[in-house]
Ligand binder design. Structure first.
Ligand code: KMH
Ligand code: ZN
Length: 275
């Protein structure tokens, strides 16, 4: 089986230090958390950034300094900025990190609109938005990670691929357990995996208490894994993780037990067709 690519989603836009004091806000904290996942075996950092007070931002300037900090500590890691940002941001606000020079190797491309976490919030990704984001990334040679929170989003991605907007080789991230998307059950994950084309790669993200059960299924099925504070703050029931690295270490332990190897950043580039 292919080696396992681990993505560290170290920060997100929603979790705060009130949830877990180790959630990073400052440039130094973002660097520290990136380094902890990298040292533990992550080859990709999925990056959101914050102001020092924790406010989520898509500021190009803030991304630039955070990426420089991450690269200083983890020189060969793949950086995958978010273009989802936080609910309520405009498209232009969200797209800022893809206009950095040099361009990031990868970025997220969210594949549909959904209710977001209960209440009144809606995460808006119309078809026109998805096409626009894909085209902007295509122009810059940025490989998108196709974020799919339910089956309909996979269908949208495949339709846009057929129409030529979304390029192959496609890489999906199946996110299960967000209120508004699909539940994090083995049945639903297997349904999503079986809906993917043969020649794609995919990663799996389980939210909250489902982080490690979803990861384990993906490890067995030949997919890849994302873990981190963006998705889950606990190492085990009632035990807050001290770092993102602890979450990655747990995935590495499970992977070793199951007899699969972990990919280095350069091996991840090969697997994803980045080089
Ligand atoms: N924060 C969510 C609204 C992404 O990074 O592209 C969007 C999100 C997905 O986290
Ligand atoms: Zn994200």
């Amino acid at each position: 089986m292919e080696k396992l690519i681990i993505t560290g989603a170290i920060c997100g836009a929603e979790v705060t230090k009130e949830h877990n004091p180790n959630v990073p806000y400052s440039v130094e904290e973002i660097g520290r958390e990136a380094e902890s996942t990298y040292n533990a075996g992550a080859s990709i950092i999925h990056l959101h950034v914050r102001e020092d007070d924790g406010t989520p931002t898509q500021s190009k300037k803030r991304f630039k300094v955070c990426i420089e900090e991450v690269k200083k500590r983890c020189p060969d890691v793949i950086i995958l900025p978010s273009t989802g940002g936080a609910v309520g941001m405009t498209n232009e606000e969200r797209l800022q990190p893809i206009y950095l020079d040099p361009s990031p190797e990868m970025a997220t491309l969210d594949c549909g609109t959904m209710n977001w976490l209960g209440g009144d919030e809606i995460f808006v990704n119309t078809i026109k938005t998805i096409i626009y984001f894909a085209e902007e990334m295509n122009k810059r040679g940025i490989k998108y990670e196709l974020e799919c929170f339910d089956k309909g989003m996979i269908d949208i991605a495949l339709r846009l691929h057929e129409k030529g907007y979304i390029k192959a080789p496609m890489h999906f991230n199946l996110v299960l357990g967000v209120i508004g998307g699909m539940n994090a059950t083995p049945r639903d994950l297997l349904y999503l995996i079986s809906s993917l084309p043969e020649d794609c790669t995919y990663s799996v993200t389980g939210i909250g208490r489902y982080e490690f059960s979803m990861a384990t299924i993906s490890i067995i099925m030949g997919g890849h894994v994302r873990v981190g504070f963006e998705d889950n703050l606990y190492l085990s029931k009632g035990v807050l993780a001290k770092s993102n690295g602890e979450l990655v270490e747990k995935v590495v332990r499970i992977t070793n037990e199951l007899g699969r190897e972990i990919a280095t950043p350069n091996e991840a580039r090969e697997i994803l067709g980045l080089k």
